[in-house]
Design a protein around this ligand. Structure first.
Ligand code: PLP
Length: 381
């Protein structure tokens, strides 16, 4: 049984064009640092991918540092605080929060948006060396006022980093447009391979390497480049403009509308804030997230919960707790994330499985008394 895949925020399917480009790169020998012909051809492929990614991000190719993913890009950015105080939003990805446990966390509103007033007060009081605010949240899809935050932070002398891993590919992302010094992106969220990312730098910004050795990436990140991965990232970056996110937004909105129609007590976290078209963070009161994940998985629907603790059981998401969501409701929240390949059938299959579970758990469905809100497809066989 193939699943209805509604977990694009975790990782997206790799585009066929990307697989072909990577396979072609893997078939050729050559280290981009070697001066002979094969080396120069490898270098040419690397630089072509760099230009493609830079074009997609409205950045200069020279200001792009390839990394092993979004996590490494975030941590390379954090290293630029060079021991000085760091300030981050309270809803950042664990690759920032766990890497900077001492960082001052700026609160967010109940909708998950950075509280700019408090942010400014904290900037004046703590004068951080580095500030990091994500563009789109990985659990809720909520967008942050990065440009405004960057302007304020810069006025207080801080370097500004933005984790754009979830946003890139789903909305226009421009380093200059966001007015930040550093921006993280990752290939596997845009139809490229996992294990490749980049930190994009404002032109002229000198950074300290975390990884030293062979001097690759202009001495900003040593280690022989993951050429096939980078080639795949470049190809995926060329394809970001072709997706119809308005179509995906309509699907996501239908899914949310139908859930709320059947279960008015359900909650969509961050629904009142500007959000990505793809993501829905949805609480079904009284039904634990792990129960939902298992029931949906059995019915052939792949979704995620906010966070999983080491035992494999799901704990309440720190993002939702930071938004002031009650712990019991946070523990009943799942993330449904759509992508370019999602269709009506995927939404129907989710709704059929979710509704069956909701009714098994004794949920009262006001829609059951009248006509159904939508016609869900039969459950997966
Ligand atoms: N930042 C955000 C917002 C993410 O969603 C993720 C991955 O889920 C990362 C960073 C980490 O990226 P990677 O998986 O490439 O290390």
């Amino acid at each position: 049984m193939s699943h209805a895949y509604l977990d694009y925020a975790a990782t997206a399917p790799v585009h066929d064009e990307v697989i072909e480009a990577m396979a072609a790169a893997l078939r050729e020998v050559g280290n981009p640092s070697s001066v002979h012909g094969p080396g120069r051809r490898a270098r040419a492929r690397l630089e072509a991918a760099r230009r493609a990614l830079a074009t997609a991000l409205d950045a200069s190719p020279d200001s792009l540092v390839f990394t092993s993913g979004g996590t490494e890009a975030n941590q390379l950015a954090l290293a630029q605080a060079r021991g000085g105080p760091v300030m981050v939003s309270a809803v950042e990805h664990p690759s920032l929060l766990d890497a900077a446990p001492e960082a001052l966390r700026v609160p967010v509103t109940a909708d998950g948006v950075l509280d700019l007033e408090t942010f400014e007060l904290l900037l004046a009081r703590h004068r951080p060396a580095l500030v990091s605010v994500m563009l789109a949240n990985n659990e809720t899809g909520v967008l942050q006022p990065v440009r405004e935050a960057a302007g304020l932070a810069r006025r207080h002398g801080a370097l500004v980093h933005c984790d754009a891993v979830q946003a890139f590919g789903k909305m226009p992302v421009s380093l200059a447009g966001l007015d930040v010094d550093m921006l993280s992106v990752s290939a596997h969220k845009i139809g490229g391979p996992a294990g490749v990312g980049a930190l994009v730098l404002r032109e002229g910004l000198e950074i300290a390497a975390r990884q030293r050795g062979g001097g690759q990436e202009r001495k900003r990140r040593a280690g022989t480049e993951n050429l096939a991965g980078i080639v795949g990232f470049g190809r995926a970056a060329e394809l970001v403009g072709r997706h119809d996110w308005q179509r995906v937004r309509s699907l996501r909105d239908r899914l949310e509308g139908d859930v709320l129609g059947h279960c008015p007590e359900a909650r969509i976290h961050g629904a009142a804030a500007p959000r990505l078209a793809t993501t829905s963070c949805l609480a079904t009161p009284g039904v634990a997230a792990d129960t939902q994940l298992m029931a949906l998985d059995l019915a052939g629907v792949a979704v995620s919960a906010g966070s999983a603790c080491s035992s494999g059981r799901i704990g309440p998401s720190p993002v939702l707790l930071a938004m002031g969501v009650e712990e019991t409701l946070a523990a009943c929240s799942i993330r449904v994330s759509l992508g370019w390949g999602s269709g009506e059938k995927d939404v129907d299959r989710f709704l059929a499985a979710w509704l069956a579970l909701w009714q098994r758990k004794g949920g009262r469905d006001p829609a059951a008394r009248g006509a159904p809100l939508s016609k869900p497809a039969p459950m997966a066989s």
